[in-house]
Write a new protein. Structure first.
Length: 295
């Protein structure tokens, strides 16, 4: 595709290659140098076209990846390009409102910073909330649910039931269940806003769960706390197997091991965040969406 460059940010080289491959566009590496104080320096490895798709997810190291995305976008914009940033995992989206007195709305700040960096449009995946999305003047939120449900449809599942770990994710899990032709149930999760500790109500209709394979569907798995608590409730209520599916598998520290130790049979995520559980490729969908906003 003439005049279109896909810029591979340091966080997302594989996804960027997939997007460039799908579009037949030039793939340009954003070379990264990190100084001893942790400061990033970005250098584009080749000349860019008039339209740039900057691909950089913002999984940990979150702040570095975010700033690198801005640095790449600024350079492309300063060179006269129209910039679309593909940021599948958009960090800070959970800080979409002030929950406690004294807190700021960091999701809104991130939207303004990206705009100030020359980003004309953002393409993201399963953003945490509509509220977070509303802070962007021009953003597309792509759902990973159809691709994840396609993957689940190919698994040999016993009378599957789709489970949302909390009420907030019920619509997402409901869409997944509809595509899979399965039932859906939403658990009741609460989080202590000060300590971050998660509790999941153990009262569920066991008749609905017993002897069935449960698929937990969430937007993201970070510490694994939510999935672990939910899996424990499901297994206690007789679920045969429990699977965890999400768009963004951040899996901080020992999260994956802890989830497995809690009895979860497999973790399935998209390649929004690279890693061992990135089993569902979103590159074609993201490529098409990015092109639609650049035209
Ligand atoms: C919260 O509402 C989100 O949808 C996820 O459930 C949560 O962010 C996952 O985080 P963790 O894995 O740390 O529990």
């Amino acid at each position: 595709m003439k005049g279109v460059s896909v810029i591979a940010g340091p966080a997302s080289p594989g996804l960027a290659a997939g997007i460039a491959g799908h579009l037949g566009a030039d793939l340009v590496t954003a070379e990264l140098r990190v100084f001893s104080d942790g400061e990033s320096k970005i250098k584009l490895a080749a000349k860019i076209g008039r339209k740039c798709i900057v691909v950089q997810s913002t999984h940990p190291p979150t702040d570095s990846h975010l700033l690198q995305a801005m640095m790449i976008a600024r350079k492309c914009a300063d060179d006269g390009a129209q910039v679309c940033a593909v940021i599948p995992y958009l960090a800070y989206a959970r800080q979409d409102r002030a929950f406690l007195e004294g807190e700021g709305v960091s999701a809104a700040l991130v939207a303004r910073l990206l705009e100030a960096s020359g980003v004309g449009a953002v393409v993201t995946v399963d953003i945490h909330s509509q509220m977070a999305l509303s802070y962007f003047k021009n953003a597309r939120n792509v759902s990973s649910i159809p691709l994840l449900a396609d993957y689940a449809a190919k698994m040999k599942l016993k009378r599957p039931i789709v489970v949302s770990p909390d009420a907030g994710g019920a619509a997402r899990a409901g869409e997944f269940a509809k595509l899979l032709g399965a039932d859906m149930v939403a658990l009741k999760k609460s989080r202590d806003r000060t300590t971050g500790e998660v509790t999941v109500d153990e009262k569920v209709d066991a008749n609905n769960i017993a002897g069935r394979d449960a698929i937990l569907v969430d937007d993201m798995i970070s510490s694994g706390g939510s999935i672990i608590k939910a899996a424990q409730v499901l297994l206690k209520n007789g679920a045969e197997k429990v699977y965890a599916m999400c768009a963004h598998a951040l899996l901080i520290g020992q999260a994956a091991q802890n989830i497995t130790a809690a009895g979860v049979s497999d973790i399935i995520a998209t390649n929004s965040v690279p890693g061992a559980y990135a089993k569902v490729d979103m590159s074609s969908l993201l490529a098409e969406t990015a092109m639609s906003v650049l035209e």
